[in-house]
Design a binder for this molecule. Structure first.
Ligand SMILES: [Zn+2]
Length: 265
């Protein structure tokens, strides 16, 4: 995969690690250059511990956390845009569109990854980044690289919570950033292939935990061990968009396997 570039486009720092940190690390280990574009600095997020953001500039803290996570995953470049967290679906639409087009022209990725239509759990910023990426790739016509959508199927996040409880952590009503675990994958279109990242699960977990402002002591991800990460976060789910049906398979499909691959639960 030397010489291949994969561009992953997400909304906030931490999306990259949660959605497909294992795949990004696996591709990087295979020699691909991984570029992550983050549409916002995540300044509207929660703060798990005020001491982590002494100057109150959460966006700056999260950008720093993203760069730490990127280093763990072997991501070569991180492009942090500064669009308004919480309004990505409506604000700065032409600007973000142009930035995505420019990044594709500049990095010439063999594959582009972003959220599916469901934005992992119908987060409107995520849905907005899906829309911007789709239209940007589409605008390139025959020059467009293959576009892939990542989803988290139902049941995964409930499994993470159960694992955290088994470790004695996370309160009974715990959620992920206030999101009902049942919302993950709800109504999502099914994946068409998966990437086995069980051997990369420890790094995915470590990258997630770099996002310290988002990983308070009540977050189930703070509690699971590497074995549980392997079990619940060790397979990542993708679907290729229909924009480029004629294009050749990319690096992503070359590491992919049929969707029948299931973790033993
Ligand atoms: Zn997000």
């Amino acid at each position: 995969m030397e010489g291949s570039t994969v561009l992953a486009i997400f909304a906030h720092p931490d999306d990259e690690s949660l959605a497909c940190g294992g795949t990004l690390a696996r591709l990087a280990d295979c020699g691909a250059r991984i570029v992550v574009m983050c549409a916002s600095r995540g300044e509207a997020g929660s703060i798990s511990e005020p001491a982590l953001v002494p100057d109150g500039d959460l966006g700056r803290a999260r950008e720093r956390e993203l760069r730490e996570a990127a280093a763990v995953l072997g991501i070569a470049e991180v492009l942090v845009m500064n669009h308004p967290d919480g309004d990505l679906r409506w604000d700065h639409v032409p600007e973000l569109h142009e930035e995505i087009v420019d990044a594709i022209r500049r990095y010439r990725p063999e594959a582009v990854i972003t959220f599916a239509e469901d934005g992992l759990y119908w987060h409107l910023d995520h849905v907005g980044v899906h829309e911007r990426t789709y239209t940007a790739v589409k605008s390139l016509g025959a020059q467009a690289p293959p576009l892939y959508y990542v989803t988290i199927p139902q049941g995964i996040m409930r499994g993470v919570i159960a694992a955290a409880h088994a470790q004695g952590g996370a309160p009974p009503d715990s959620s992920f950033w206030g999101i009902d675990p049942a919302a993950f994958g709800d109504g999502a279109r099914p994946a068409t292939f998966v990437v086995d990242v069980r051997d990369w699960a420890p790094r995915k977990l470590a990258a997630l935990r770099c996002h310290r402002t988002q990983m308070g002591a009540n977050n189930p991800i703070a509690w699971i061990n590497e074995e549980e990460a392997r079990r619940w976060l060790g397979v990542e789910h993708f679907r290729r968009s229909t924009l480029d049906a004629a294009a050749q398979d990319s690096v992503l499909e070359r590491v992919g396997e049929p969707v029948a691959l299931k973790l033993e639960t």
